[in-house]
Structure formats: C-alpha cells, structure tokens
Design a protein around this ligand. Structure first.
Ligand code: DX5
Ligand code: ZN
Length: 218
C-alpha cells in the first residue's frame, strides 16, 4: 500500500520545505497541467527537474496534458520514477508506455471518471500502473466520486485473474474518510493532496492513511 502526497496542495514558494515534510511517503505525486487537457496550469519540465533534484522520495509524475507522445518521454529522461499520461489524450497508449519503460520509468495510464476501462483488460502488462481518477482532473480539494469504484473493482478482479502485478492508483478526494472504500475496491496506490498538505502534521497524516489502507486492503 503506497501513499503518494500531491504537491499540488504544497506551498509552491516553499517547495523544498514541503518536500522535506513528506520524506516518509512512498512517492511524491507531481501534477503537470497544460491548461488544454484540463482547465488549469501548473508547471513543466523545468520545475519537475528541480523537484527531482530536491525530493527525498521518487517522483510519480501525473501528466494532465495534450499530446503526451511529444512530452512524456522528457519526464522519464529527467529521472522520474513513474510517468503517467492520460488515455484520453494519447493516440497510442501501449506504444507510449513501451517508450517510457525503455527510458527506465514505470509507465502509467490514467482514465478520467467517465472513461471506460474494459479496453485495458488485455493490455494490463503493457503498464506498470493504472490510475483511476476519483475526481475530474484539474484541481485539488474536490470530493471523491464513489461511482468510479466499479471500474477499480473490475480492474482489480481482472489483474488477479491474469496474475498481473500492475499497480492500481486512485487520485482525487482521498482522505481518512474515503481511503477505506478505495482500498476495498482494490486500489494499492493512493494520491492525497489536501489530506496531507492541509494537515498540521503531514507525516502523521501519511501514517494514518497508510494504516487505514492496510486495514481495508482488498
Ligand atoms: C487533480 C490532481 C490530484 C490532486 C488531488 O487533478 O490530479 O493529484 O492533487 O488533490 P486532493 O487529494 O486534494 O483531491
Ligand atoms: Zn494527480
């Protein structure tokens, strides 16, 4: 069970301080938004390069951008441990995942709440991680959408049936009151922005989330 705090909820002018606060997380989740694929803008490779140089834990980059074929490999090249792009934006997800792996990153594919996942059943081994968005991508602090859980349960059952070791990630509205249902539905990797950086003690918040995820493990 992995807890990946999202720096979307960190203080952008105190990033080094905030990264030091999550040194017991599994990965740091880095939300790249381009104001086209989603109606919000964050940062690009130059900033992610600095986070990579500063972070005490490996990077889990979530690309909410158009044309990932053009941009995703650069994030793998700068050393991100994991690079996840959106299926809705990609013209050839399996081929892009192969490229990311060749560069040395874990390859992830993300789906928005309304995007089906059945097409992934035959392709589970092409990816290291599947991200089931539990809010519409674009902003932190939104409410968890429980109607996304059937997709997670379906992916989890399919992964088990096929003996796949793909990680199942959830992102959006994950907190101490929602993490149990995501864990029970089969998630093993949990992104949390406001629940970690909005807490007085981010380290304690990570520990509490991890404990709940373990207790409700599928
Ligand atoms: C939303 C981002 C999330 C965001 C989650 O589009 O992908 O990673 O930071 O924030 P919370 O945990 O506050 O919903
Ligand atoms: Zn994200």
């Amino acid at each position: 069970m992995r807890i990946n705090p999202s720096i979307l909820s960190a203080d952008f002018v105190n990033m080094e301080r905030d990264l030091a606060r999550i040194d017991r997380a599994d990965f740091v989740h880095v939300d790249v938004m381009d104001n086209h694929f989603v109606p919000n803008l964050t940062f690009g490779p130059q900033m992610v390069q600095r986070v990579q140089a500063t972070s005490p834990v490996p990077l889990d980059v979530h690309l909410m951008i158009d044309d990932p074929e053009r941009w995703a490999p650069g994030y793998a090249e700068l050393g991100a441990a994991s690079v996840t792009f959106h299926a809705e934006a990609s013209s050839a997800p399996v081929a892009l995942a192969r490229r990311l792996r060749e560069i040395g990153a874990r390859a992830g594919v993300a789906v928005k709440p309304g995007t089906p996942v059945e097409w992934l059943f035959d392709e589970l081994d092409a990816f290291d991680q599947i991200l089931v968005m539990t809010v519409e991508p674009g902003f932190g602090g939104q409410s968890f959408l429980p109607e996304t859980m059937p997709k997670l349960r379906a992916l989890s059952a399919e992964a088990r049936r096929r003996g796949s070791s793909v990680w199942l990630q959830v992102d959006g509205g994950i907190s101490e009151s929602t993490i149990a249902q995501a864990a029970e539905a089969g998630a093993d990797t949990f992104v949390a922005g406001s629940a970690v950086f909005g807490a007085d003690d981010p380290d304690a918040a990570i520990a509490a989330l991890r404990e709940l995820a373990h207790r409700h493990r599928h």
